[in-house]
Design a protein around this ligand. Sequence first.
Ligand code: FMN
Length: 318
Amino acid sequence: MKNYSSSTTNIKSVYEYSNILSIEVAGIHLRNPLLLASGFLGISQEIFNRLHNDGLGAIVSKSISVSPLEGYKGPTVVSLGEKGYLNAIGLANPGSDAFANEIINNQTPLIVSIVGSSASEFPKLISKFDKLNILGYEINLSCPHVAKMGMEVGDDPELVIKIIKTIKSKTKKPIIIKVGIGNTDILKLATIIQESGADAITAINTIRAMAINVETGMPILSNKIGGLSGIPLKPIGVRCVYEISKKVTIPVIGCGGIFTWEDALEYILAGATAIELGSVIGYEGLKAFNQIKLGLIRYLEKKGYKNIKEIVGLAHQY
Ligand SMILES: Cc1cc2nc3c(=O)[nH]c(=O)nc-3n(C[C@H](O)[C@H](O)[C@H](O)COP(=O)(O)O)c2cc1C
């Protein structure tokens, strides 16, 4: 494909005068469809302000639990060359009181990611955040199941239904459910998520994976198994977005291995209304957002589209 992002056009002027990337997801108006994925730079108001000034569509916070979590001991992250990461952070976060306090004066387009191991934890989380200036919630289903050892919340469809209905009864803000490749068929899960009243789905979270040090023979992560992110995830994420967006009518947000504007485009053509960027920040820094935005703008202009929503799911016609 042609490298549209190599144009010398002044990036700032393109953003200021163009609505070509503006889009709505689950009732949330976004100036562009690029979101920060949960777990990257996601707990400080100062950084949220910087990301907002840099022109992100929205920011998804680190997943926040009712009480603070320390997470696993190190090593918790392994870099896989230029391609991505294996991580086993163990949902380390400052807890809902500290995070609510951090964002008390928030003026940025912030989606709070929340996590709980049983349905009863979610009303407590909603009560902390619902009065604050946030766009909505992303629910991370990759959390250990409190009642079923070895399972994640997303592996138990009955619990997923209960969590969504509980949250919906406590908030009028949109809720986005983030799914991963677990033990439950992702399309079955997507159907249940829609039927339970969720407003959107994010696909996908990291995939369980492992690395071993060949000198010592030891697993590299202290938790042994971690989550794979980055470039290897992309074709799987694109497949999930394609299949989920064919199956349900609520919007799908694509996530996994988006490093370039062509990656972003693939997700959008597969059916994603917005996209989340994570691992790329570790390799390219925040300039990746502007490069991807400019590549998308150039592509849309060249093809004669007026707005990015015209190309969402275009691959479904074939
Ligand atoms: C270090 C690290 C921490 C993460 N923390 C979270 C988290 O708290 N909540 C969540 O839903 N996803 C978390 N993720 C998953 C990312 O949000 C994203 O789904 C995944 O990394 C795939 O996107 P990417 O390939 O662009 O990184 C984390 C990923 C990494 C690498």
